[in-house]
Design a protein around this ligand. Structure first.
Ligand SMILES: C[S@@+](CC[C@H](N)C(=O)[O-])C[C@H]1O[C@@H](n2cnc3c(N)ncnc32)[C@H](O)[C@@H]1O
Length: 219
């Protein structure tokens, strides 16, 4: 596998971990908070939808792939038996652990620094989620296939929409910062699922994001 792209992505998320978490914490100027509310409304909506999707009592365990600062793990930790958050950015995992401590759920959250594609897992999870992660994955089929194989009930993932004004803006901004970024059509997401052993349960547009809920086809 070409390791240059993942190394660039890792380097980028090591650099901007603290800044990224302020989208959730609001620890920034009122003007920047306002910008987030206006231009990142779909990030808050995908957060709400994901927590809702995984909140059902039937979901006892969650694997959060590309957990970042672990924000999805915090509300889920309270009602679940097992939460594992994985990210290859050490600074992100440091923040995730700190936030879990502050929220009083540190004992229920297991966080690991690892590239998901290299992570050896000898357990399956009811829900496997990857939110805001496929934006940075150069080979999405093996990544999604691994998520499918690791999940028992559902996979929840997001994919940035190709045909939106934001796509070229992000492409330029991230490439200038040294981080590759990828965009998807709905047809491409459906094809990825078919090739990864997933049956699409729902695929909807949330702002400039495709929000996918799928079930592992072999179960
Ligand atoms: C936009 S952040 C999203 C964080 C979190 N899911 C959220 O929505 O708040 C993307 C994260 O994916 C992580 N990531 C990307 N590729 C990864 C890989 N192959 N293995 C582990 N983490 C990865 C990055 O380090 C980064 O923290």
């Amino acid at each position: 596998m070409n390791q240059v792209q993942p190394a660039k992505v890792k380097g980028y998320w090591e650099k901007i971990a603290a800044e990224f978490d302020t989208i959730y914490s609001g620890e920034k100027s009122p003007f920047k908070c306002w910008l987030d509310k206006v231009f990142r409304a779909d990030m808050y909506e995908r957060y709400r939808l994901t927590v809702e999707e995984c909140g059902a009592d039937s979901i006892r365990s969650v694997l959060d792939v590309g957990t970042g600062s672990g924000r999805f793990c915090l509300p889920l930790a309270k009602g679940k038996e097992r939460i594992l958050g994985v990210d290859f950015s050490q600074p992100m995992i440091d923040i995730a652990k700190k936030r879990a401590e502050e929220a009083g759920v540190a004992e229920k959250c297991d966080f690991r620094v690892a590239d998901f594609m290299e992570l050896e897992l000898d357990e399956a999870f009811d829900a496997v989620i990857a939110i805001g992660v496929f934006d940075y994955i150069n080979k999405p089929v093996p990544f999604l296939s691994k998520m499918a194989k690791t999940s028992v009930v559902k996979v929840v993932a997001t994919f940035p929409i190709l045909w939106s004004w934001r796509a070229p803006v992000r492409w330029v901004r991230l490439n200038l910062a040294g981080c590759p970024v990828y965009f998807f059509t709905e047809a491409k997401v459906r094809k990825l699922c078919a090739e990864s052993g997933l049956a699409v349960k729902s695929l909807k547009r949330v702002g400039k994001i495709h929000f996918l809920v799928a079930t592992p086809a072999q179960r």
